[in-house]
Design a protein around this ligand. Sequence first.
Ligand SMILES: CC(C)(COP(=O)(O)OP(=O)(O)OC[C@H]1O[C@@H](n2cnc3c(N)ncnc32)[C@H](O)[C@@H]1OP(=O)(O)O)[C@@H](O)C(=O)NCCC(=O)NCCS
Length: 197
Amino acid sequence: MFSTTLSSGASLRPLEPWRAEEFAAHLDRAREHIRPWVGPSFVTVDVAGARATLGLYAERAARDGAGIYGIWAEGVLVGGVMFVEFSPATGVFEIGCWLEPDGEGHGHITSAVRELLAYAFDERGMHRAEWRCRSDNHRSSAVARRLGMTLEGVLREAWPVGDVFYDKQVWSLLASEWRVASAAQVRDHHDRHEHAG
Ligand SMILES: CC(C)(COP(=O)(O)OP(=O)(O)OC[C@H]1O[C@@H](n2cnc3c(N)ncnc32)[C@H](O)[C@@H]1OP(=O)(O)O)[C@@H](O)C(=O)NCCC(=O)NCCS
């Protein structure tokens, strides 16, 4: 139900509070892998913590239409994408993501983030997407680059982990750039089918 098939073959669905047990089991597989790179409140340790995270996103989804979405590969929840911020008043939103180790390297995130960009820009008329990551998070910045985002700058020592302060990159994509990129993608798709046909 309410599922989108990603170009990677995985499924993208809303990650709702009733899935807390499944989300907690997934976090058991993902926790140490994601801990250095995501906000500490996301790295919960039990079902109650997992339910609290999903509850928070459900409240925000009811308020402004943002949300958190899981990625299932062959029936297993392997990660997801979310609107970390979503402000219809300013047109600005921020996308975040995570995967357990087995979920990496298949293109799930790049494809899932495209779905969120399409929803935010095309359906909601949003104006500016942001992507924030630790400057040494090369896999994360590779996703932003792959999606055609621009690296706007580095917030120096803005990402504390324990007693170390890491630099934080800010990437963005504007609605006008999204329209150009998605038109090019449609052309590409069309050309490939013409040649195959
Ligand atoms: C950041 C993170 C989600 C990126 O995962 P990822 O697997 O690199 O990203 P994608 O799912 O888009 O997959 C891209 C990879 O799949 C490969 N791939 C295969 N098929 C692909 C396709 N159809 N499209 C795009 N990429 C594809 C790419 O080549 C790339 O692999 P490579 O970097 O080894 O070349 C993951 O590393 C992670 O969870 N890290 C820890 C948590 C984290 O950092 N979260 C983000 C906080 S800002």
